[in-house]
Design a protein around this ligand. Sequence first.
Ligand SMILES: Nc1ncnc2c1ncn2[C@@H]1O[C@H](COP(=O)(O)OP(=O)(O)OP(=O)(O)O)[C@@H](O)[C@H]1O
Length: 231
Amino acid sequence: MVEAVSSPEVVRLAGVTKAFNVGTPIENEVLHGIDLQLARGEFAAVVGPSGSGKSTLLNLIGLLDRPTQGRLAVTGQETTELDDAHLTALRGHAIGFVFQYHHLIGCFTAAENVMMPLVAAAGRPRPGMRERAEQLLASVGLAHLAERRADQLSGGQQQRVAVARSLAMQPALLLADEPTGNLDTKSAEDVFALLRQVNREHGTSVLFVTHNAALAARCDRTIEVVDGRVR
Ligand SMILES: Nc1ncnc2c1ncn2[C@@H]1O[C@H](COP(=O)(O)OP(=O)(O)OP(=O)(O)O)[C@@H](O)[C@H]1O
C-alpha cells in the first residue's frame, strides 16, 4: 500500500525529461528538464501550441507513463522507483481524470458509471456505493438523471457525469485534458464552472489543459508549455 506523505505540494517535478522511441536507436525527446510544482488547492491552466508536450506532461503527472529522467512526486510520494502495482494504487487514490472524450460506458446508467472507480477499488459492489454515486451526481446537478443510460445524455451532461466519476475516490488532484474541447460554448462554460466549484468546495488541485484562452485566463495560474519546456 502506498502511503501519501503529507506535503504542501500535490505535484513536484524536478528535471523531468520524456523521450519516445521512434525506431531503434532513434529517440525523440519531447519534454526537456521540466521543473514544476503545483500547490494543494491550486487551479492551473496548461496552455501551449499543438504538439508542444501538454498531454505528454499530463500523462506523466497522472502516472499513466513514466519519465525518462528526473523526479516526480505526487501528493508527496516519490514515484520514480515505484513498481507498476504501487503506481496504479497511488493513481487510483490520488488522481481523478477528465478527458476530452468522456469514456463513459454507454449502456450503463449515469450512476453505474460513477460507481465504477469505487467498485474497481473494492473489487466488487458494496453497500453505500450507489448512494455515494447519487450524491456525486447531485453535486454536478444531475440527480434527476442518475438512472438514464449514458448514451442517452447530451455531450455536456456526459462530461458532468465524467466529472462526478473522477471525484468518486476524493482525489487530491484532478487532471483535465481539454475537457471542454468537444463542447458548445454554454456546455463548456458549465463544465468549467463545475471544475471551479470542485476546486473551491473540496480544495482539489486542478490541472486543466485547454486551447481556450478565455477559460485559461480565469484560472489562478497559467503554465505555458512551449517546445517541451515550461515557461
Ligand atoms: N507515444 C508517443 N510516441 C512517439 N511520440 C509521441 C508519443 N506521444 C506523443 N508524442 C509526440 O510528442 C509531441 C508532443 O505531443 P503531445 O500530445 O504531448 O502535445 P500537445 O501539446 O498535447 O498537443 P495538442 O495540443 O495537439 O494535443 C508530439 O510531437 C507527439 O508526436
